[in-house]
Design a protein around this ligand. Structure first.
Ligand SMILES: Nc1ncnc2c1ncn2[C@@H]1O[C@H](COP(=O)(O)OP(=O)(O)OP(=O)(O)O)[C@@H](O)[C@H]1O
Length: 699
């Protein structure tokens, strides 16, 4: 007998009392020992649409719903609830095996929705799908035959959204993607990729996994169920569980499970790699690295098979290991008294030139450092794409002479750019033929620059499963420029994939977050526009709110009152975040919470175990998630945040880039929320937030 568990079963399970959860576990054990035992009370119910569904008695009040697949001796464990609610859940469900997708689909049917083709007069109306796609294609992307008439009748997004609770998840998400401009051939290919291995197919494993041990049950009983360890979206498992003759890029919007995919990739490589070298798993900050280490442990990946380092730490450790830096070395921005601009000013004092320090700083940082150039000859040949105005050969020679003087002055004080340290190590590795790693996984790639990408390339030689690069171009809040081709990394064709389904947040929050960036063009890390079609969350919840208060005090008091209410309802401190664009506003809230004796934490938000409301700036909450998010101090001056002291220094193009990164920043901030986003501020509303959710509060 085989027992498969439906992923949504756990949503019902976690709502049960501890006692009923324990009874459920005992029931499952009994069922596994003997599904035919009289104690199970397996019954078929004549009023159920699906005649293969059975109820089983878990306790006097509670019933489990199962599907019985007789010749295969297979059971699908679907739902659990009080007797009446369980019956209600099951009565209109059809659980059917889709031969095309090789997956069980959970379909809801009722007479009002399922309209027979003979009754409809639909061809006279402008439909979304009819006439645009052959029915055979719609069937191939998972639309069940029984719901085809209703799908063909859909005329707009509202009709499709009404069908959401009837359609199986895969069909709904694919139809939504089509409506959003997605390509049906791509969807068909994705479905085919996941439709291998029958019941163990990737398409089926999205929602149904076999219960082979008690691990998932124990986790659920302890209140720490991590579904991401067991159920993967087919787009996650297809990319993770495969071998590639070279680098892979995985992109996707916030909360689409990129980090989860990277962790499963680590697991796959740890299990299948043939070399002795550890796998490198790296990201930008130390805190994110610490978190990745914890998650990799939770996934039970043997610790000896990998190393987790934040990229700076690794480069500096290697520079030390190979004696590449003097002990007196100082890094700009970390421990230097002067900045690069001051040194450039000294160079310009000694020279008669029309070039200004702004141009020279950018030329050095964006051309010389990014391409790791060391000689006049290399600089004369170097690409200056993206640097705006072309310069003549004579000017290039002049620039290089000035750069040499800058490097000399900088060298006298032993000042380095951080990027130079990366370059030093990259060059050393290449010159000495050292390959530290065979496989590197990178998370939060959008925070990297090409200098770091060159370094990653130098760490692992080209080869099988060499690089797995994960990031979201839409979350590029530091205006980093990254280009794979320039780093000699080829991810064209089917080595570039994108995740679309948001597992973190509700569709209401997803829609608001996405509205900030949907019309903005983002580079896909390789010189093209990032595809943004089909981003979707498959669960629903409360609408976000935007409340405008009369003054700061009113905002402080109201936000705190709402937080107190949540705490009274049993929400834990660490599930609540207050975040703002500006640090001083975060401080105002910290002081207010302090006065109110509400514990709060504003450091190491990802890894701290301390009790307290989480507080941070929008920049500081990347990669995190919280049930309730309060985004405060949001108005026409802070979203986008465009103070004169910043804007006056920027050219028109830089201003446009800056505003784009402000939108990306707010996208990041909103998309941290799991259940509810509460936006607030004082003054005039930000025009980037829809008026439909804006409420002005009186005095
Ligand atoms: N297959 C899955 N099943 C259940 N939950 C999942 C799955 N994949 C991801 N999640 C959950 O969704 C949330 C977001 O996942 P993750 O952090 O991997 O997304 P991300 O794309 O890296 O997000 P961001 O770019 O915003 O940091 C997490 O709570 C994670 O546990």
């Amino acid at each position: 007998m085989k027992l498969f568990i439906y992923d949504k079963f756990w949503d019902a399970f976690i709502k049960l009392s501890k006692e009923t959860q324990q009874a459920t576990r005992n029931f499952i054990e009994k069922f596994q020992q003997n599904s035919k035992s009289a104690a199970i009370h397996l019954e078929s119910i004549s009023t159920f649409k699906d005649k293969t569904l059975r109820t089983a008695r878990v306790s006097q009040k509670y019933r489990a719903i199962l599907k019985e697949v007789v010749p295969d001796d297979l059971y699908l464990f679907l739902w659990i609830d009080n007797h009446d609610e369980a019956m209600d859940w099951a009565k209109n469900k059809l659980i059917s095996w889709n031969e095309r997708t090789q997956a069980y689909q959970v379909i809801t049917v009722d007479e009002t929705q399922v309209i027979s083709t003979t009754n409809q007069n639909a061809e006279h109306l402008p439909q979304l799908f009819m006439g645009k796609y052959p029915q055979s294609d719609l069937l191939e992307i998972g639309v069940p035959e029984i719901l085809m008439p209703s799908v063909l009748k859909a005329q707009d997004i509202n009709d499709l959204e009404q069908l959401e609770s009837y359609l199986p998840v895969d069909a709904f998400e694919n139809l939504f993607c089509l409506l959003d401009g997605g390509n049906i051939d791509v969807l068909k290919t994705e479905i085919k990729e996941g439709a291998v291995d029958e019941i163990a197919s990737k398409n089926n494993a999205r929602s149904f996994i076999e219960l082979t041990d008690n691990e998932i049950l124990n986790e659920a009983l302890q209140g720490s169920l991590h579904k991401w360890k067991y159920y993967l979206h087919p787009s996650q498992s297809s990319i993770v569980n495969a071998d590639y003759k070279g680098p892979i890029k995985l992109s996707g919007g916030a909360g689409t499970g990129k980090t989860v995919a990277a962790l499963h990739r680590l697991k796959y490589l740890a299990k299948n790699k043939s070399d002795q070298k550890p796998i490198l798993f790296t990201t930008f900050t130390k805190e994110l690295s610490d978190n990745l280490r914890e998650l990799a442990t939770a996934l039970e990946i043997p610790a000896s098979s990998y190393e987790v380092h934040n990229i700076d730490h690794l480069a500096f450790a290697m520079a030390k290991e190979y004696n590449l830096l003097d002990t007196a070395t100082k890094i700009f921005g970390l421990n230097t008294q002067k900045d690069a601009k001051e040194i450039w000013m000294e160079v310009l004092d000694d020279n008669l030139t029309e070039l200004d320090e702004g141009f020279l700083i950018d030329e050095f940082e964006e051309v010389v450092l990014v391409q790791n150039l060391h000689s006049k000859e290399d600089y004369l040949k170097a690409s200056r794409v993206g640097r705006g105005k072309a310069i003549s050969k004579k000017q290039r020679i002049e620039v290089w002479d000035l750069i040499e003087q800058f490097k000399e002055k900088k060298g006298e004080s032993k000042y380095y750019y951080k990027e130079e340290v990366f370059n030093l190590v990259s060059t050393y590795l290449k010159d000495h033929g050292i390959t530290k790693y065979a496989h590197v996984i990178v998370d939060e790639l959008q925070d990297f620059t090409n200098v770091e990408l060159n370094y990653i390339r130098a760490l692992a030689p080209e080869g099988m499963n060499d690089l797995f690069l994960v990031g979201d171009p839409l979350q590029n809040i530091y205006r980093r420029k990254i280009n794979f081709s320039k780093a000699g990394i080829n991810i064209r064709g089917n080595r570039s994939k994108r995740l679309r389904i948001n597992y973190r947040t509700t569709e209401e929050i997803n829609k608001l977050a996405f509205s900030l960036v949907s019309k903005v063009d983002f580079d896909d890390f390789d010189g093209n526009s990032e595809d943004k079609t089909g981003y979707l969350s498959l669960f629903h919840g409360m609408m976000p709110t935007y409340k405008l208060y009369w003054n700061k005090q009113q905002e402080l008091e109201n936000v705190t009152a709402e937080i107190k209410q949540l705490l009274q309802q049993g929400v834990h401190y660490e599930e609540i975040l207050i975040a703002a664009r500006r640090k001083d506003c975060v401080n105002d809230f910290r002081n207010h919470l302090h006065q109110q004796n509400i514990p709060h934490v504003d450091k190491k938000l990802l890894t701290t175990k301390s009790e307290g409301i989480r507080l941070g700036t929008f920049h500081g909450i990347k990669g995190l998630e919280f049930k309730h998010v309060f985004l405060v101090d949001v108005n026409d001056r802070t979203l986008p945040y465009t103070p004169t002291f910043i804007m006056e220094k920027l050219s028109a193009e830089e201003q446009a880039q800056y505003i784009k990164s402000e939108k990306a920043l707010f996208y990041v901030a909103i998309s941290r929320a799991i259940q509810k986003v509460n936006i607030s501020g004082i003054g005039a509303p930000s025009t980037l937030i829809p008026t439909s959710i804006t409420e002005t509060k009186n005095k």
